[in-house]
Ligand binder design. Structure first.
Ligand SMILES: C[S@@+](CC[C@H](N)C(=O)[O-])C[C@H]1O[C@@H](n2cnc3c(N)ncnc32)[C@H](O)[C@@H]1O
Length: 214
C-alpha cells in the first residue's frame, strides 16, 4: 500500500500546522511579487517550527545570519521576550527598501534590527551572548562561522542550522569543487565531535539541525 512520498508527507504536515499570522502571509506574498528566489523563504511548516522553538526558548537575544525577506526573522521574533533584542545579518543592502516597506511594518517586524554587510565582518563586532541563533546564510562559510557562533551562544542556548541535508547531497561523496556541501558535511562532523554541544538533525524541509550548548 502506498503511503505517499516524502514531499507529500511534508505537504500534509504543513496543512496540519497552525495558520500563519496575517503579517506573515502579507510578507510571503510581497516576497513572491517583488523578490527573486522566493523559495529561499523558510516557508509555513518550518516557519511554524521556528516560532514554536522560539516560544519555548523565550530568548532575550536572537541572532540570525541571512535575513532575505525576513520571513524566518518574523517567525523567530514571535518568542522574543518583552524588551529583547533581535539582530539579523544580511549582505545584500538592496533588500533595505523591501525591509522598510514589508518587514518593519508589523509589531514583531519593528523589533528586528537588520545589519547589512558580510556576516564574517560583523560577527566579531557583536557583544554579549545570544540565547537563540539561526544560521541560514552562505553555506560555503558554515564551517568558518562555527567558532564565532559558539562563542556568541549563551550556555544552554540553541543554535539552529538550516540546509543540513542540502537536497540530499550530503549522502554522497562530495564532488570536487563543491565547497557548499564540503562545508556542510565538515560542520556536521565538527559538531558530532564537540563534547560541549548536543545536537539533533531533523529531516524537516532541507534538514534543520538543533545544536544546544551544554
Ligand atoms: C536562504 S536566504 C535566508 C532566508 C531567510 N532566513 C528565511 O528563511 O526567510 C540566505 C540569505 O543570506 C544572505 N547572505 C549570503 N551570504 C551572506 C553573508 N556572507 N553575510 C550575510 N548574509 C549573507 C543572502 O543574501 C540571502 O538573503
Amino acid at each position: 500500500m502506498d503511503h505517499g512520498t516524502y514531499d507529500e508527507h511534508q505537504d500534509y504536515s504543513e496543512r496540519q500546522c497552525s495558520p500563519e499570522p496575517d503579517y506573515l502571509i502579507a510578507l510571503r506574498r510581497a516576497t513572491h511579487q517583488k523578490l527573486i528566489h522566493p523559495r529561499m523563504n523558510s516557508g509555513w511548516l518550518q516557519g511554524r517550527f521556528l516560532s514554536m522553538i522560539s516560544k519555548l526558548v523565550k530568548p532575550d537575544r536572537i541572532l540570525e545570519l541571512g535575513t532575505y525577506s525576513g520571513y524566518s526573522a518574523l517567525c523567530l521574533a514571535e518568542g522574543l521576550r518583552e524588551g529583547g533584542e533581535f539582530i539579523s545579518l544580511e549582505k545584500n543592502d538592496e533588500l533595505e527598501p523591501f525591509h522598510q516597506r514589508h518587514l518593519h511594518v508589523s509589531d514583531p517586524g519593528k523589533r528586528i534590527q537588520v545589519i547589512y554587510g558580510l556576516a564574517m565582518d560583523i560577527l566579531p563586532e557583536l557583544k554579549g551572548s545570544f540565547d537563540l541563533i539561526y544560521l541560514d546564510a552562505d553555506k560555503e562559510n558554515y564551517l568558518t562561522y562555527y567558532p564565532n557562533l559558539k562563542t556568541l551562544l549563551a550556555s544552554g542556548g540553541l543554535l539552529l542550522i538550516d540546509n543540513m541535508l542540502w537536497e540530499g547531497k550530503v549522502l554522497s561523496p562530495v564532488s570536487e569543487g563543491d565547497t557548499q556541501t564540503e562545508a556542510i558535511v565538515g560542520l556536521t562532523n565538527i559538531i558530532k565531535e564537540d563534547d560541549e554541544m548536543e545536537h539533533v538533525l531533523l529531516p524537516l524541509r532541507d534538514g534543520l539541525m538543533l545544536v544546544r550548548k551544554r
